[in-house]
Ligand binder design. Structure first.
Ligand code: GUN
Length: 304
């Protein structure tokens, strides 16, 4: 018998660079300057880093990226005023309000207030509805990025069984809609699913988006599947025994005191899958690239 081949790695940095090159070319070609506003409220250092890196990436691609960072004391009414003024500003093509928002602010109310034509996150109910109807929509960035990664394998989606683990509004549900629109047979699993591993083993395309480190092990995976890992979990020294089989991650953990891992046990699953995304350098870079892509898309449609 032949030795099974380890999976091919789907490198998100490479595919993201292709998307970013398309965006830079579009922004150079358009007769107007593109504008993207990213809004952050509160003192969460991680959110602030995300917001600054999104605006910076925009500027690298020739888009006017502006970050609006507000203190935790900003009221819901004040945030709604900020959104209203960005809606009215013709130089702004895309508006992103970084989540999570402080608890006293109703995030849904804020999302609902964004002009759907500028909703580059694709979270507004109008865009959610259009996506689920299979109509042209601004599509949430992470699932849109996953579709680009699947396309990069060169494998067709039509007729394949796609299993998504996780039912969030940001990833799981829009992921299901996109794969269904591409004529996959789609199953969504979640915390109440019975015998989740058995359902996952049916998947030709398996998308893990649950936020639980190393949740997906090799017995969740059909040989030859495409495995996409949306998880980003920072784990610390207590996690070392669960990484003992992964020399690379174990070394990083020992050296740095923490290490980033996905929802998929990469070291085990790569022995079974045909394609797999690593963490980091998998889905992560695609999310920001697709945000830039959505900004171009939003501008071209709104400005005709
Ligand atoms: N927080 C985590 N992911 C996202 C995202 O895709 N968009 C926004 N706005 N906030 C997030």
């Amino acid at each position: 018998m032949n030795e099974p081949q380890a999976a091919r790695i789907l490198d998100g940095t490479v595919v993201a660079q292709e998307v970013e090159a398309e965006v830079a070319a579009a922004s150079a070609r358009l007769p107007f300057r593109l504008g993207l506003a990213v809004v952050c409220v509160g003192n969460d250092p991680a959110s602030e880093i995300y917001v600054r890196s999104k605006a910076k990436k925009a500027r690298e691609l020739g888009i006017d990226g502006i970050e609006r960072i507000f203190p935790d004391t900003l009221s819901e009414a004040e945030l709604l005023d900020v959104v209203a003024s960005l809606n009215e500003d013709d130089a702004v093509d895309g508006i992103l309000v970084q989540l999570p928002l402080p608890r006293r602010i109703d995030a849904q109310k804020v999302i609902d207030a964004i002009d759907p034509r500028k909703d580059v996150d694709g979270f507004h109910p109008i865009n959610v509805g259009l996506l689920h109807l299979g109509r042209r929509a601004l599509v949430p960035c992470t699932p849109a990025g996953v579709m680009r990664l699947i396309a990069a394998t060169g494998e067709a989606i039509e007729g394949k069984h796609a299993v998504i683990i996780g039912r969030s509004n940001i990833v799981g549900k829009p992921m299901a809609a996109l794969l269904l629109n591409a004529s996959a047979t789609v199953t969504i699993c979640h915390s109440r699913t019975r015998d989740l591993a058995a359902v996952a083993r049916e998947a030709d395309i398996l998308v893990a988006a649950i936020g639980q480190p190393l949740f997906v092990t090799d017995d969740f995976v059909k040989p030859g599947a495409i495995v996409i890992d949306v998880g980003m979990n920072r784990v610390e020294a207590g996690f070392a025994p669960r990484l003992a089989h992964d020399a690379g991650k174990s070394q990083l953990l020992a050296k740095n005191g923490s290490v980033l891992v996905g929802d998929v046990d990469f070291a085990r699953v790569r022995e079974r899958a045909a394609w797999i995304t690593p963490v980091p350098r998998g889905v992560g870079p695609m999310t920001i690239a697709m945000l830039m892509h959505n900004t171009v898309e939003a501008a071209m449609r709104r400005r005709g």
